[in-house]
Write a protein that binds this ligand. Structure first.
Ligand code: SF4
Length: 402
């Protein structure tokens, strides 16, 4: 086994002589290539204390004090892989801002809520959120390899009491799904459900597949972004076996679309799994048309569909990362017409109080009458569109009665 020689994919830092962050991480952790390619190694070696982080990032004493203070309330955890994507020397780096705590998390906490989406209220049994009539969210763990600073479920980090649901808890949730025949679509979520090993996931998938009214199974996971090594042969084999399985992931910035992430996506597609992306709109990270277009194009090149652009939820400890709603609308306005419809995600606000996702888009309808709609296009050119008023009976085939 050989220790990894620096094989960095990041731009050189300010001094071309200075080691890259990936080199520094490898100097400290000394992984072999085999270990670097193994998701369990990354998971075990997560950076989750200030002292460990200070071994690879040049933190001042004041920065260390601030980080320690924030992480008492909101802990952090960063995989070596994801940390290696940070461009050192740039305080606005999008990977840094999503992964390393900021003192602002402790400010304005009264402006958010621990559970704005009322997931706990909408849980008929622990671990199952049933809000929409035909689908349910199956939360099988609260563990994530990366603790994203904008996370909607930050409340779960309290006291760092990490859990994976026990078999009796999973069985209770599956029993509810079995009895609720209206549910045709189940999203396996977390935390991040892929922190559960392949044997555990296979058990869950087999149980869900034994319920005849469940047509679609989806995974909600950020592993392809923060620890793409997790998408291994074993995982692809089981999702192929229990298909149709879809996977929603969570790229927020084009810098996250690395060769490693692209490989993970390729493997998922080969296993017959459509991959959709759910971006969260984040202030200072991806709140511009240019970044969102670059992200969409990077995703489309890898056959990932930009599915949703979520407005940042009203979560305690995330106010500094939220933007005005107008920002999201302006982004969609700037994307529509400037790239294909495939590249424009649906912008949604998940309203506090458990009202669910509400889609928002710029207004293209200038006026409306019974016979005519006045529309404007992406260039603000105005068009009058005849509004069809069908008359006569419903169309019938000439082959009627054959
Ligand atoms: S992966 Fe998802 S659930 Fe986990 S910390 Fe990030 S946003 Fe939260």
């Amino acid at each position: 086994m050989t220790t990894i020689v620096a094989e960095t994919k990041e731009p050189p830092s300010s001094s071309s002589q200075a080691p890259s962050l990936r080199e520094r991480i490898c100097e400290v952790l000394k992984p072999t290539q085999e270990q670097w390619d193994d998701w369990k190694w990354h998971f075990r070696n997560r950076f989750n204390t200030v002292d460990k982080l200070a071994k690879v990032l040049p933190l001042t004493e004041s920065q260390k004090r601030q980080l320690k203070l924030v992480s008492l309330k909101f802990p952090f955890s960063i995989t070596p892989y994801y940390l290696s994507l940070i461009r050192t020397g740039d305080p606005y780096d999008p990977i840094l801002l999503q992964s390393v705590p900021s003192f602002e998390e402790l400010l304005n906490t009264d402006m958010g809520q621990p559970d704005p989406l009322h997931e706990r209220v909408d849980s008929p049994v622990p671990g199952l959120v049933h809000r929409y009539p035909d689908r349910a969210l199956f939360v099988i763990t609260d563990i994530c390899p990366l603790l994203c600073r904008h996370c909607t479920r930050k409340r779960e980090w309290e006291g760092e009491s990490w859990w994976i649901r026990t078999k009796p808890q999973l069985e209770a949730a599956i029993d509810y799904l079995r009895k609720t025949t209206a549910i045709r679509d189940v999203i396996i979520s977390g935390g991040d459900p892929l922190t559960v090993d392949n044997a555990g996931l296979e058990w869950v998938l087999a149980q869900l597949r034994s319920i005849s009214h469940i047509e679609i199974i989806r995974f909600g996971t950020r592993f392809p972004v923060v620890l793409p090594q997790r998408i291994d042969e074993g995982f692809c084999r089981i999702i192929d076996k229990y298909g149709p399985v879809w996977l929603n992931t969570h790229f927020n910035h084009p810098n996250e679309v690395t060769p490693e992430a692209a490989r993970a996506v390729r493997e998922l597609l080969r296993a017959g799994v459509p991959v959709n992306n759910q971006t969260v709109l984040l202030r200072g990270i991806n709140d511009s048309v240019e970044i969102q277009l670059a992200l969409s194009h990077a995703l489309l090149k890898n056959r990932v569909r930009p599915y949703y652009l979520f407005h940042g939820d009203e979560v305690s400890g995330t106010e500094h990362l939220r933007t005005p709603v107008e920002t999201g609308l302006k982004i969609i306005e700037g994307m529509r017409g400037h790239t294909s419809g495939l590249g424009v995600p649906t912008y949604v606000v998940d309203v506090a109080g458990g009202g669910g996702k509400i889609p928002l888009q710029p207004n293209y309808v200038l006026s409306w009458s019974e016979d005519e709609i006045t529309l404007r296009n992406f260039e603000w050119k105005t068009f009058h569109y005849r509004n069809p008023r069908p008359t006569g009976p419903r169309p019938i085939s000439v082959l009627a009665g054959v």
